[in-house]
Design a protein around this ligand. Structure first.
Ligand code: GSH
Length: 206
């Protein structure tokens, strides 16, 4: 059976879990990372020398990097649905996946990290405000893109929704002032109605 290494509150682990839940694919999850440790053991480093989560083992095949894991899982099990067969549509989905990892998350991370993982007296207020403003600005790009779409590349959920879907739960859940982004809100509402998203993504922010 597919094994997923990683704590369930990790944004990157949730990408893999959400995929599996959407596809009804059986998996075993092993707690690792954060307070669970494990990632510094030799056994884990042999699988993933970065010491980060998630890592998957699928019938002897080992893979890390959350977005690569999402692509692998959906290409293998959900061709034509989560894995768009049309090359242009798939490339568009790919683009938003990469945008989450390389643009959105580095912009949003200071706000998230300070508010969720840092004691109040040690928070960097300037970094938080800069991160909040810049995140709102770039979410405007996603908002414009979603104007005529229910999901990231059309009317149905694809892999393109998975990384940003995991990330937007965090943006929506923080006790902050949020810019008015009606299309992002509508998309987020669509995600929130999905049982798989409720089960593995909509967890307390810790
Ligand atoms: N680029 C990697 C980043 C992985 C990453 O940073 N994972 C975080 C959790 S979201 C982690 O392992 N942090 C250390 C820990 O949890 O011990 C990916 O997308 O998989």
């Amino acid at each position: 059976m597919l094994r997923i290494w990683g704590r369930s509150n990790s944004v990157n682990v949730q990408k893999a879990l959400w995929c599996c839940e959407e596809m009804n694919l059986p998996y075993e999850r092993v707690d690792a990372g954060g307070s669970y440790g494990v990632v510094n053991t030799q056994q884990y480093r042999n699988l993933n020398p970065n010491g980060l989560v998630p890592t998957i083992e699928d019938d002897g095949f080992v893979l890390y990097e959350s977005n690569a894991i999402v692509r692998y899982l959906v290409a293998r099990h959900a061709a034509g649905t989560l894995w768009p067969e049309d090359l242009n549509i798939r490339a568009e989905a790919d683009k938003w996946m990469d945008w989450q990892n390389t643009t959105f998350w580095p912009t949003f991370r200071p706000l998230f990290w300070n508010l969720v993982r840092t004691p109040p007296d040690q928070r960097d207020a300037d970094a938080m405000e800069e991160s909040r403003l810049k995140t709102a600005e770039i979410l405007g790009y996603l908002d414009a893109h979603l104007k005529n779409r229910a999901y990231i590349v059309g009317e149905a959920l694809t892999m393109g929704d998975i990384p940003m879907g995991c990330a937007i739960w965090r943006w929506m859940g923080l006790p902050i002032e949020r810019a008015d982004l009606p299309n992002v809100q509508r998309w987020y509402d669509n995600l929130s109605n999905r049982p798989a998203y409720k089960k593995v993504v909509m967890l307390p922010l810790t």
